[in-house]
Structures are given as structure tokens and as C-alpha cells.
Design a protein around this ligand. Structure first.
Ligand SMILES: [Fe+2]
Ligand SMILES: [Fe+2]
Length: 210
């Protein structure tokens, strides 16, 4: 079996061809985590009118999640929630959620997918808009989680004096998440809620050197 397919039109491909492609796609998928960290670095290259870059905002959000005792899925969600800013400025939340959906708990993906709407609470009224627009999701099982995600991690992470952990601290977590078998039922865990905050884990992490 060679490493390149024989066909020029998909209709002419045979089983060997599609086995080659399947293997190749798996190899490409294995590097998704490190490519996303590269994409995160790219957020540093764009001018920001905030006091911190989108990259620092992302690492700061993840650091706050880590220091709150959040679990792996939450920390990676916090780190990558704005990774689509450069490519999808008007629906960056959906963009990030689409990337995360095969690998993260449904709860975290839902919050990332909707965080743009929930963030409006902090600024929409300054433009005469409705800051309560997130209430259309009231009653959703993850509503309170999205409120807390924005309050504790997202809207709070624009502080140039905050001591964030280095991004490499999060690399093994990103690698672990993106080496999961995609769309595993146990990982996606439809409807399952895990707390964003775990005080005993937070205290333990605070007492250990990062
Ligand atoms: Fe965002
Ligand atoms: Fe954000």
C-alpha cells in the first residue's frame, strides 16, 4: 500500500485508498492540540484595545480556572474559548465550540458556544442594548455555569498585573484532551454538570508549586 491514493476523483477510490486517507487523517488529528496552541499564540499578534492581548486573556482565564480548582475540561475550555477571535470575530464562540465539541464534556462546549451572549451582560447596556439577553437560556441546565464562567474567568481576565501561569503549564492538558477518542460518550457526558469551582482542589493547588 503506497502512502498516496491512486485516484483523482473520489468516485474511483478503492478500499486501500480510503485506508490510506483514514490513517493520514488520524495522524493529522493527533497534532490538533499543538496547532491550537500555535493559534493561541497568533492571538498575541493582533492589536488589542484591552490592557492585555487576547492571548494573555486566554492564558489568564485558564489560570483562574486552574486556581479555582476546575477540572481538566473546564481549564481547557477556558484556555481556548476565544481561539476563534481571529477568524470568526462575529461568532467566535461557536467557532471555538465546534473545535472543542468532539473532545470535551457537553457542559463545557455549551458554555463556550454561548459565552458571547452571556458576556453581553457586562457591556450591552453601554450601547443601549439588552444586557439580559442571556436570559433567553434561563432554565437550561448549564445556564448558571455560563454565568459563572463569564463572571469568574472571562470578564475578569483583562488584568495586566495578574500573574498567569506559563502557557506551557497547560500544554499537557491540551494534549490530553485532544488525544481523546473523538465523540466518546463518557467524555461528552450529555447533561452532566461538574462544578467550575472546587475549593478543596483549589487549596491543594495553591499549596503545591505549579
Ligand atoms: Fe469570547
Ligand atoms: Fe474571553
Amino acid at each position: 500500500m503506497s502512502d498516496i491514493v491512486k485516484f483523482t476523483r473520489m468516485v474511483d477510490g478503492d478500499r486501500d485508498d480510503y485506508m490510506i486517507l483514514e490513517q493520514h487523517e488520524r495522524d493529522v488529528a493527533r497534532a490538533v492540540g499543538s496547532r491550537l496552541l500555535d493559534a493561541l499564540h497568533a492571538l498575541d499578534t493582533v492589536d488589542s484595545a484591552y490592557k492585555v492581548s487576547r492571548y494573555e486573556h486566554s492564558v489568564q482565564s485558564a489560570t483562574r480556572a486552574w486556581r479555582d480548582g476546575a477540572d481538566l475540561d473546564w481549564v481547557v475550555a477556558a484556555l481556548l474559548h476565544d481561539v476563534g477571535d481571529l477568524y470568526a470575530p462575529y461568532n467566535h464562540d461557536e467557532f471555538a465550540a465546534a473545535i472543542l465539541r468532539p473532545y470535551l464534556r457537553d457542559q463545557c462546549t455549551w458554555v463556550v458556544a454561548n459565552h458571547g451572549l452571556f458576556q453581553r451582560y457586562y457591556y450591552a447596556h453601554h450601547f443601549g442594548g439588552n444586557r439580559e439577553v442571556h436570559r433567553r437560556h434561563e432554565g437550561h441546565p448549564f445556564f448558571d455555569d455560563a454565568v459563572q464562567f463569564c463572571e469568574r474567568w472571562d470578564q475578569a481576565s483583562f488584568d495586566p498585573d495578574y500573574q498567569s501561569l506559563p502557557v506551557d503549564f497547560f500544554r499537557p492538558m491540551v494534549d490530553e484532551v485532544f488525544s481523546r477518542e473523538p465523540y466518546q460518550q463518557q467524555v461528552i457526558a450529555l447533561g452532566v454538570r461538574r462544578p467550575l469551582l472546587d475549593r478543596s482542589v483549589a487549596e491543594r493547588r495553591a499549596s503545591e508549586p505549579a
